[in-house]
Ligand binder design. Structure first.
Ligand SMILES: C[S@@+](CC[C@H](N)C(=O)[O-])C[C@H]1O[C@@H](n2cnc3c(N)ncnc32)[C@H](O)[C@@H]1O
Ligand SMILES: [Zn+2]
Ligand SMILES: [Zn+2]
Ligand SMILES: [Zn+2]
Ligand SMILES: [Zn+2]
Ligand SMILES: [Zn+2]
Ligand SMILES: [Zn+2]
Length: 495
């Protein structure tokens, strides 16, 4: 084990406080990161891209205290310009109008460029693969566009009909008439398709997404090119004004947000963006709701529960399993190879979110929420304890419910997997917050004063070689840290 391993302890993101403008990459203002070293010391801070976890996708890097030359700033600006969408939202909208009026046999989509082709443009794409576009596909762009499959930054997992209908039915039943779709293109299109059927109360929706291919299908008040990791509107003030107008609840039209961020996303910046959206909403409210939070649903894997609740304490995790059409592994219940680990986190009262009985959910009157059939209420813990959809069991020695596969280990004094690396040696892992070997993170005296707790970024590839994410656990046979366990689960998610 080298010295270098010893002092490397993870990377933490510092949420901007508005003091100092961050430098921009093509994805808007970069995020400020801090290397955390054992002993609670912090390392040199640096800026890196907010949206891309892989340097291959965005190589932006700058030390916080670095002096950047004029020439480099200019080069950066022209690089940022070159990554802008080819059309403005207004232009996309005009193109869409023209495209819609074309006869069916002239409606073509270039698969290579992922763009709807107007008659004058076909020539330039003649060597590309193109397809005919049906009216149904125009209404459901997620059926036409190729899902982005970048495993690290932006794997686009699209809701199954089961999940998207559940979300929409639930929100409609709760009386919401405006849905802010953050990274949920499929929900937005379902809303529009339903409105056409005229069987339900009409709903409005606004899609905020970084994937500007969707801009082709929507008007200016239906789509904003947006980065949810830094709350950046690529279309500037005109675009953030669209959000403001949408969040204004006129004629009693209640608004709700549904966000489904990429699973590898950092919780803290996401929570910060959602809080800013809520703040904007609050400012637009009449005075009687000056303390209220905007109703929100955040879709994310269950193992991020502690992290999300740390950032947004008014949220609750619900048992509903969200599943995806194009995720091969995780499906609802037993239809996939595994149960989906993706859940709803919400600040809406859990008892009001009715989960479907026919799928095996039931209401727990003690917990006052709907739970999965295998999530049995434990009289000793007085909760329905299961997080992962399996039936947990109570360990009287630990005094809590644990995963069914865990067994109580006498030498460790706690429940663990039967083949866990056993013995007191693992305790040397120490505190995940400050690095002290004398206590665990929970008991860390620096926990509240230090900004080092919680989810670390996947810092691999950030800031070059010397900043690469070194393993937290050095010796073989040590128990995995929370972050390492999450990383393993995340890896499985991106199958
Ligand atoms: C896991 S997919 C969710 C799709 C959703 N399940 C649906 O069916 O509508 C993540 C979505 O967030 C978008 N996204 C990824 N990174 C983003 C970012 N930094 N800012 C805004 N949107 C982003 C993707 O384009 C994609 O639409
Ligand atoms: Zn970037
Ligand atoms: Zn093309
Ligand atoms: Zn219960
Ligand atoms: Zn229990
Ligand atoms: Zn136990
Ligand atoms: Zn043990």
């Amino acid at each position: 084990m080298t010295e270098a391993h010893d002092d490397s302890f993870g990377i933490e993101v510092i949420v901007p406080d508005g003091d100092k403008p961050a430098p921009c990459c093509p994805h808007g203002p970069a995020l400020l990161f801090e290397k955390v070293i054992k002993g609670g010391e912090t390392g040199r801070r640096f800026y890196a891209c907010s949206a891309c976890r892989d340097r291959k996708d965005c190589k932006f890097f700058q030390w916080e205290d670095e002096k950047v030359s004029e020439a480099r700033l200019l080069a950066r600006e022209s690089e940022n310009q070159s990554k802008r969408p080819p059309f403005t939202q207004q232009e996309y909208c005009n193109r869409f109008r023209k495209f819609s009026s074309l006869p069916l046999d002239e409606k073509k989509f270039c698969q290579d460029c992922q763009i709807l082709l107007l008659p004058g443009e076909r020539e330039a794409h003649s060597s590309h693969r193109s397809t005919a576009v049906t009216v149904a596909q125009l209404r459901r762009p997620s059926m036409l566009l190729r899902p982005l499959d970048n495993k690290k930054s932006n794997a686009q997992y699209l809701f199954t009909d089961r999940s998207s209908h559940f979300l929409l039915d639930t929100l409609a039943a709760l009386g919401y008439r405006k849905v802010l779709c953050v990274g949920t293109p499929r929900l937005q299109e379902l809303i529009k398709v339903r409105n056409l059927e005229q069987k339900h109360e009409p709903m409005k929706s606004l899609l905020l997404d970084i994937d500007f291919r969707y801009a082709q299908f929507y008007s200016q008040d239906e789509f904003c090119h947006y980065n949810m990791f830094n709350h950046h509107f690529f279309g500037g003030e005109a675009s953030s004004a669209v959000l403001q107008a949408f969040l204004t609840e006129s004629d009693g039209e209640k608004v709700v947000m549904v966000a489904d961020p990429p699973f590898g996303g950092l919780v803290k910046p996401l929570a910060n963006s959602f809080s800013l959206i809520s703040k904007t909403w609050r400012k637009l409210q009449s005075s009687d709701s000056s303390n209220a939070d905007m109703p929100m649903m955040w879709i994310f894997p269950y193992f991020f529960e502690p992290r999300i609740l740390e950032c947004l304490p008014s949220f609750t995790m619900l048992d509903y399993q969200v599943d995806y059409d194009n995720h091969p592994l995780y499906k609802h219940g037993k239809t996939g190879r595994k149960q989906s680990p993706v859940r709803l986190f919400t600040n809406i009262s859990p008892k009001d979110v009715v989960l479907p009985k026919e799928e095996g959910y039931r209401f727990c009157s003690v917990c006052q929420r709907f739970v999965w059939s295998l999530n049995k209420h434990c009289a000793k813990c007085n909760v329905c304890p299961s997080k992962d959809g399996r039936e947990w069991r109570h360990c009287s020695t630990c005094g809590k419910c644990v995963k069914p596969s865990w067994r109580h280990c006498q030498s460790c004094g706690r429940c663990a997997l039967p083949d866990h690396p056993c013995g007191p040696a693992q305790e040397t892992e120490g505190c995940f917050n400050c690095g002290s070997l004398k206590h665990k993170r929970k008991a860390c005296p620096l926990k509240d004063t230090h900004r080092v707790s919680g989810q670390r970024s996947n810092a691999r590839n950030r800031g070059g070689k010397n900043l690469s994410h070194k393993p937290l656990l050095k010796a073989k046979g040590k128990r995995k840290s929370g972050a390492a366990r999450r990383a393993k689960k995340m890896a499985a998610l991106s199958v």
